[in-house]
Write a new protein. Structure first.
Lengths: 280, 391, 447
């Protein structure tokens, strides 16, 4: 049997197909853009192609993420909080705290035996999300992907005092005009974003293992800053963008196996692989 | 979401919910005087006994705040800002007067601001003590006497003990009828949704008490005879916190796959649960019920005992023990704590309530919103995730 | 010879020993606690609780002031963060967050001992808590929340807050004074019960008289500031304001110190010595100052801004006639109730101002101190001190053509206050003050 997880984030859309043993059959990552409503099925088609499977072979599709309501071919929608928790636990069985820093939000999840038991979220404020780094990289004229390696060169990171992304931008300008080394500025911002996220997650009482996931986890500078702010080792999946979709697929598998074990019908919907319309 | 058959009582409720001033406008045209009041401390029985029509003031989540910006800053309770905004926009032309109370810091300041900028034939600010100390109860009895005097002066009538006792009786009737309504939420699934109950409570706050009682009787009957009931859900929730005067939040919760079967809010149990005891001097019963009987975090209370024995758990039990009764009788398996942003009264309370709920083994989540439609969307994910945790 | 750099604000010499006295209390509390003598944590209750503590030899630490001290020293942030971690919303009072964070740290991390990083030597674990039911909800909600961390007996002291019109109604004042007197008596019984010691009523009477004497001197000092130029800057007021409201230490010695201060101020008035080099603007301030950025006032002083008066609520009660009132508790009640909260009600009612002591006194001050403008400081985390400021701004302009500058900040969280921005705004505001000076002149007003 095969199971699919579709994670429509504000920045990236991810699709993962797994088999019964939770082995990866395919994985696709694409920019969400403004057309995410129509995009989900296209990304799904790519994933099916990569796995060499027809849509009908997928036993269960779970949609998650910001755009989860716009996946007409999904059997169920589950929040990204539960999905990330499940995905991260499958990769790191001893995880207790998962932190997801996405494009436009940040989440902390408390996990016990692979299940979500408590969470905190910031989806109101850009500071402490991927957006913060985008704004800064813009202001510095550096590519977002390069921020990490640049920050590791820093020996004297600056202290960012602004709580707001907009004012932080102004601080960049003043540091630059003072001639502060680029790596110190970048490291300072990594510390700011990490500090903000960790402060929020501390409400969950942090204990090991701690896993950092989401797009921003690809930035080694942020990973380092999070480590320093928590004071504990922080694990990062090989593919931090995929833990949501992976978790979604696994939750789908669990739903199906549970139904089969009980002799109940699988809770699927009548679905076809097609574009979302406004009336879905 | 259940679809109630279009029945008389429930239709009337929906009508009143959509167009709240409907009835008071009619009454005003008939020569009655309407007194707007905020929160649940202004004494309703006195207004009723003097033939005034009490009309509870709510805000409007959908109306962007503009005029109130000149008087109240953005970092205060958005509900109160909304109420003041509507007043400044003359959305209450049918009011003959306003009765306000010291409900909270912003409520107090807003009362004085309101009075300065808008002239009403009648305006009263009731000072409410913050504790239930013996001296406070005595003071409060005198304070409500002052309120009574001001109403007498306004109406030109004197309020007899008899009439007041009568009014107490009618208001107590509404309280016990409300409990009957709430009893209909005990079965699984409940016979009535949280959304519907809130609509009923809002409707009751918009009409004179006798009319409200009649309406309640009708509604209770209709619900008992319902053929189409709400859908059974895995989760039965209690919603706690600051004022909710719009169904959108409750709807969002119920649409996420839960039954809201109980509440601890002031458009719900806090306004209707405790009756006034009929004491020889009716003011004693009234003062006690309003200050001690209403369980709102704006009043400080703790377990009564030897001052040398302070105990957090005992205090929690004294402050929130009534929640245990609600949870057991309504078979609640999760609690959503919510408040408007910047609410200090409820904000400080949240960790303590959660501590208490933990002793009951009840999972809970705290949601903050800013009394606007747009603040609901981010809540959906949190609510759904909470239900997933419970599931 | 070394040239001493001229300070922008001409600080009073006599302010220093007063400041030292106030700072001493932190150490004194720690010592007392170590010696097994009880310490209270108290909200400021305009003498009500403080006089009683003093008369019963109970030391008092003031978490509100401690919040200010932590903010000034830069240590507040860690306590604020800790409070967030404990699950409290972030919009709450900065002093409360600081204290809750501090308490969580003290009790959970150090088993009740003062944390090593605590500024000013910290506050020892209290034996009793006194909160209040007046001025703000945080006042009692915060102390209620401390129950999560320590089982310490707590009393919430009531103070009525009637509306202007209602407060002037027949019998209301006497009733409220009676209420407060009863409350105080119950509070005394409460303390007697906890500590197993009886109130020394003579000592309390003496304490109250001493406090009244200090209050009177401090009040007279404030009156002297009406002089042109103003001899004493708000910075000196803020530094010394705790003295008259918190009866710690030797009150006779304290009275002498405040008398010395009065003398120095009087001397300055006679010699027309100003608190700033060139008094170009006379400005009032309300409500809580930015403790973490007081240098703002030094910079403004260089531009000629003399802050001559501040928040009515921080000033001691306007002295009233208490002949025949012998019960010290009743004296306390009358002073606090009539003197502070309601002494302005007559004037307020006549002027059609209903905000009570939060509103009308600002108009009074503008007139009596001949203010060119008001600096209004709304605080992100204190609604009690901010909700009415827009109203105050409007009334000052409508009634007296006195403009106000609105600069936002927070009492403890320094990241919420932008000094550069504040100065920019202040600069622009100078033109506005100049303009309205002309407007007032044209309208024939006195200043």
């Amino acid at each position: 049997m095969y199971f699919a997880g579709v994670d429509i984030g504000s920045t990236m859309t991810k699709v993962v197909i797994i088999d019964e043993d939770e082995e990866l059959c395919s994985k696709i990552v694409r920019h969400t853009g403004a057309e995410h409503r129509r995009l989900a099925n296209k990304v799904m088609e790519e994933a099916l192609k990569q796995a060499n499977l027809p849509f009908e072979e997928i036993s269960y599709v779970v949609a998650t993420g910001y755009g989860r309501v716009n996946v007409p071919f999904a059997d169920r929608q589950i929040t990204e909080l539960s999905c990330h928790s499940k995905g991260v636990s499958s990769l790191f069985p001893n995880v207790r705290i998962a932190i997801d820093i996405g494009g436009q939000d940040a989440k902390g999840m408390k996990i016990v035996n692979g299940n979500l038991v408590d969470f905190v979220m910031n989806d109101k404020c850009a500071a402490g999300t991927g957006r913060f780094l985008e704004v800064i990289s813009d202001a510095l004229g550096i590519k977002v992907e390069d921020l990490g390696s640049i920050s590791l060169k820093s020996t004297n990171k600056v202290k960012i005092s602004s709580v707001c992304t907009i004012f932080a931008q102004q601080e960049v300008v003043s540091y630059l005009s003072e001639g502060t080394p680029l790596e110190d500025i970048v490291a300072g911002f990594h510390d700011a974003i990490a500090g903000r996220v960790v402060r929020m997650v501390k409400r969950l009482k942090i204990e090991p293992d701690v896993v950092l996931t989401g797009g921003v986890a690809k930035n080694i500078g942020v990973v380092k800053a999070v480590r320093e702010n928590i004071g504990l080792e922080v694990l990062v999946p090989e593919d931090p963008l995929l833990s949501g979709a992976l978790g979604a697929a696994i939750l789908g598998k669990e739903a199906v196996l549970k139904a089969l074990a009980k002799g109940e019908p699988i809770p699927k919907k009548e679905r076809r692989l097609e574009e979302a319309t406004f009336f879905t | 979401m259940p679809v109630a058959e279009e029945t008389k009582g429930l239709s009337r409720v929906k009508e009143l919910y959509q167009d709240r001033p409907q009835r008071v406008k009619e009454l005003k045209a008939e020569g009655r005087k309407v007194i707007g009041y905020l929160c649940i401390y202004p004494v309703l029985e006195m207004m009723t006994a003097l033939d005034l029509v009490p009309y509870r003031l709510f805000g409007d989540m959908r109306e962007p705040i503009t005029k109130a910006d000149a008087c109240l800053p953005p970092m205060v309770c958005p509900f109160l800002r909304s109420v003041l905004d509507l007043a400044l926009k003359d959305k209450y032309p049918f009011l003959d007067g306003i009765a306000l109370a010291h409900i909270c810091d912003v409520g107090e300041r807003m009362a004085h601001i309101w009075r300065t900028y808008i002239d009403y034939p009648y305006f009263y600010f009731m000072d409410v003590p913050h504790t239930t100390h013996k001296a406070a109860l005595e003071m409060f009895k005198e304070e409500i006497k002052g309120f009574q005097k001001s109403l007498e002066s306004f109406t030109g009538k004197s309020l007899s003990s008899e009439k007041l006792k009568q009014a107490i009786g009618v208001h107590n009737d509404q309280r016990s009828l409300a409990k009957e309504l709430y009893d209909l939420r005990k079965p699984d699934p409940p016979l009535v949704t949280g959304t519907e109950v809130l609509q009923v409570m809002v409707a009751l706050a918009s009409v004179p008490v006798e009319e409200g009682n009649e309406l309640l009787r009708e509604v209770i009957n209709e619900i008992k005879q319902r053929k189409e009931k709400p859908q059974k859900q895995a989760t039965r929730l209690l919603v706690w916190g600051s004022i909710i005067d719009d169904v959108s939040l409750i709807e969002t919760i119920e649409n996420s796959g839960a039954n809201v079967v109980m509440d601890d809010i002031c458009v719900g149990t806090r306004s209707h649960w405790t009756e006034v005891e009929l004491t020889p001097d009716p003011l004693d019963g009234i003062a006690y019920r309003y200050l001690e009987g209403i369980k709102c975090p704006r009043t400080f209370r703790e377990a009564a005992r030897d001052p040398r024995e302070k105990n957090y758990m005992a205090d929690l039990e004294s402050r929130f023990g009534y929640l245990k009764d609600y949870v057991r009788a309504w078979n609640v398996n999760g609690v959503i704590l919510q408040s408007v942003r910047y609410c200090d009264t409820h904000g400080y309370e949240v960790p303590a309530v959660r501590d208490y709920l933990n002793t009951l083994g009840l999972p809970s989540i705290y949601l903050e919103h800013d009394y606007s439609q747009s603040s609901l969307a981010p809540l959906r994910t949190r609510i759904q995730a909470f239900l997933e945790v419970l599931g | 010879m070394v040239q001493e750099k001229k300070r922008a604000i001409n600080r009073l010499q006599t302010m220093r020993p007063i400041r030292a006295e106030i700072d001493e209390t932190y150490k004194a509390n720690v010592e007392a606690s170590k010696a097994g003598n009880p310490i209270a944590w108290a909200m400021l209750t305009i003498w009500l609780g403080d006089a009683i503590f003093h008369a019963m030899d109970i030391g008092a630490a003031y978490p509100e002031s401690y919040g200010a001290a932590c903010a000034a020293s830069g240590e507040a942030q860690s306590y604020l963060d800790r409070c967030d971690e404990e699950g409290f919303p972030t919009h709450m009072c900065g002093y409360a967050r600081n204290c809750i964070g501090y308490t969580a740290r003290m009790m959970k991390d150090f088993g009740g001992e003062i944390p090593p990083e605590a500024p000013m030597g910290g506050m020892p674990k209290p034996a009793v808590l006194l909160s209040r039911g007046m001025s703000c909800d945080a006042g009692f909600k915060w102390f209620e929340a401390l129950g999560r961390y320590m089982d310490v007996p707590l009393w919430t002291l009531e103070m009525p807050a009637p509306g202007v019109k209602e407060g002037l109604s027949e019998g209301v004042r006497e009733r409220n004074v009676g209420f407060m007197t009863k409350e105080l008596r119950d509070f005394v019984s409460f303390l007697e019960g906890i500590f197993g010691r009886k109130m020394d009523w003579d000592r309390l009477s003496q304490t109250v008289y001493d406090l009244e004497a200090i209050g009177r001197v401090w009040h007279e000092t404030s009156e002297l500031r009406k002089a042109l130029p103003c001899p004493m800057h708000s910075r000196d007021f803020w530094t010394c304001m705790n003295g008259p409201s918190t009866p710690t230490g030797d009150l006779k010695k304290k009275l002498k110190l405040y008398q010395d201060l009065y003398d120095e101020v009087k001397d300055r008035v006679e010699n027309k010595v100003s608190a700033v080099a060139h008094e170009k603007y006379r400005v009032g301030f309300t409500e809580l100052p930015p403790w973490h950025s007081l240098k703002l006032f030094d910079i403004l002083a260089e531009r000629g801004w003399n802050f001559v008066v501040e928040t009515w609520g921080y000033h001691p009660a306007v002295p009233i006639d208490l002949t025949g009132v012998n019960d010290p508790l009743e004296r306390l009640a009358r002073i606090s109730y009539s003197g502070l909260t309601t002494s302005c009600f007559q004037g307020a009612a006549q002027a059609g101002e209903y905000m009570g002591f939060l509103g009308y006194p600002n108009l009074k001050y503008a007139e009596e101190y001949k203010l060119d403008g008001f600096f209004l400081h709304p605080l992100l985390s204190c609604r009690a001190a901010s909700a009415h400021l827009w109203y105050v701004q409007d009334r000052l302009m409508q009634k007296l053509k006195v403009p106000s500058l609105m600069v936002e900040g927070d009492i403890v969280d320094v990241r919420m206050f932008d000094l550069a921005d504040a100065l920019k705004k202040a600069e622009a505001f100078e033109e506005i003050m100049d303009h309205y000076k002309e407007v007032r002149k044209k309208e024939g007003m006195e200043w």
